[in-house]
Design a protein around this ligand. Structure first.
Ligand SMILES: [Zn+2]
Length: 148
């Protein structure tokens, strides 16, 4: 292998990127709010999406901390819940060649959405959270700056 080919091989080294995003109480400005930030665009891609529904907010919050290898006791989690309005989160994994750009030849991205179970057809808050998190699967950390 020539030196050039070795460099290309290193450049194409596939890195796994994990985005952990959260859904907090989210307010729109104007009719549609600010434009989405779209650091990745999987809108033309197949995405493997797994959804875990939780009955108990403590378990949702535990999964959130576990996803960051941040173990907490039940009492620490309950204290955290008192100060945070976590409604769901998405864990998006995709392959890149440059650190941020998805590569079309790589495997399909995978996304794990964690939300509270939708309790009925009029459970607008939880349906909205589910859509919010699936949008993270498509566009990564799409929140416009300072929109939280
Ligand atoms: Zn979000």
């Amino acid at each position: 292998m020539s030196g050039t080919k070795i460099l290309i091989g290193i450049g194409a080294l596939i890195l796994g990127i994990v985005l952990i995003t959260t859904a907090l109480n989210y307010l729109e400005n104007g009719s549609y709010g600010r434009d989405l930030a779209t650091p990745v665009d999987f809108s033309e891609s197949s995405i493997d999406i797994k959804i875990t529904f939780y009955e108990d907010r403590l378990e949702l919050v535990r999964a959130y901390h576990d996803s960051m290898n941040n173990e907490k006791t039940d009492s620490e989690l309950r204290e955290w819940i008192r100060n945070h309005d976590l409604r769901g989160f998405a864990n998006l994994q995709y392959n890149t060649i440059s650190g941020t750009e998805p590569h079309p030849t790589n495997a399909a991205p995978s996304c794990h959405v964690h939300v509270m179970r939708v309790r009925g057809q009029n459970d607008t808050d939880r349906k909205r959270t589910l859509g919010h998190e699936i949008l993270h699967c498509v566009h990564g950390e799409w929140h416009p700056e300072s929109s939280h």
